[in-house]
Design a protein around this ligand. Structure first.
Ligand SMILES: *Cc1c(COP(=O)(O)O)cnc(C)c1O
Length: 232
């Protein structure tokens, strides 16, 4: 047994309890929040252990690493989310194998994913990544450019534009964490007021998922708090 898989069910349960408390404090039902276990840099065996403990949704950041794990875990009914930066020459396997793409920030990538999504598969769920602060290195579209990109992506037939995603600057203060997430929620609400139908907010990681849930997150992406430090 891998050392880091010890206590994994307990760690998952502890995170779920904190998710439920955060949801309750905001008057939300925890069932409206999906725990996405981020397994980049972790072995497939840990994902198998997480699945045995009830995890259904897996986030991966690197295409080749994810494809290898999908092969190993083909017997499990997992939902795979691509959460990394996607290069144009790597879109095909993502379009073919993943259920969600969270870091969309260019129309060119969206068009390729649409063209490459197999016809027998349901539409590929996508979230547009928004850069809220001084976070250029993490990618994302500046808020003022989001409405035009969202309208163009929403028109692509093989994609389902589900919502927005962010990786805000790290903040220790929960009030400041909430401030960033509130901005993403407000932007989502303004897009819906303008006629889109976005239900998803992909926001919150190991250090700030409670603040994200209080501000309306529907998907929290948690890595190290579940699996421990990543190998590289
Ligand atoms: C790695 C990663 C996460 C998980 O980060 P942790 O701090 O380990 O929880 C979440 N979202 C994205 C986009 C990531 O790349």
């Amino acid at each position: 047994m891998l050392r880091s898989s010890q206590n994994l069910p307990e760690r998952i349960d502890a995170r779920r309890a904190r998710m439920a408390a955060a949801a309750a404090s905001a008057g939300r039902n925890v069932d409206s929040v999906t725990l996405l276990a981020v397994s980049k840099g972790q072995p497939a065996e840990l994902i198998r252990a997480a699945a045995a403990a009830g995890v259904t949704d897996i986030g991966e950041s690197y295409v080749a690493e994810a494809l290898a794990k999908m092969e190993t875990l083909a017997d499990l009914p997992l939902t795979w989310h691509f959460i990394g930066r996607l290069q144009a020459n790597k879109t095909r396997p993502v379009a073919e194998r993943f259920a969600w793409v969270h870091g969309l920030d260019r129309l060119k990538i969206a068009e390729r994913l649409c063209a490459q999504r197999p016809y027998h598969a349901p539409a590929l769920n996508v979230c547009i990544q928004v850069s809220l602060g001084d976070e250029a290195s993490k990618g994302g579209v500046p808020s003022p450019e989001v409405p035009a990109l969202a309208a163009a992506v929403a028109a692509l037939p093989r994609l389902a534009l589900r919502g927005l995603m962010c990786i805000p600057p790290e903040e220790a203060d929960p009030a400041r964490q909430r401030g960033w997430f509130a901005r993403l929620r407000t932007l989502r609400d303004s897009l819906n007021a303008a006629g889109l139908r976005l239900d998803a907010l992909s926001m919150g990681m190991s250090g700030d998922f409670e603040a994200a849930i209080q501000e309306g997150a529907t998907l929290v992406r948690i890595g190290t708090a579940l699996f421990g430090p990543r190998g590289s």
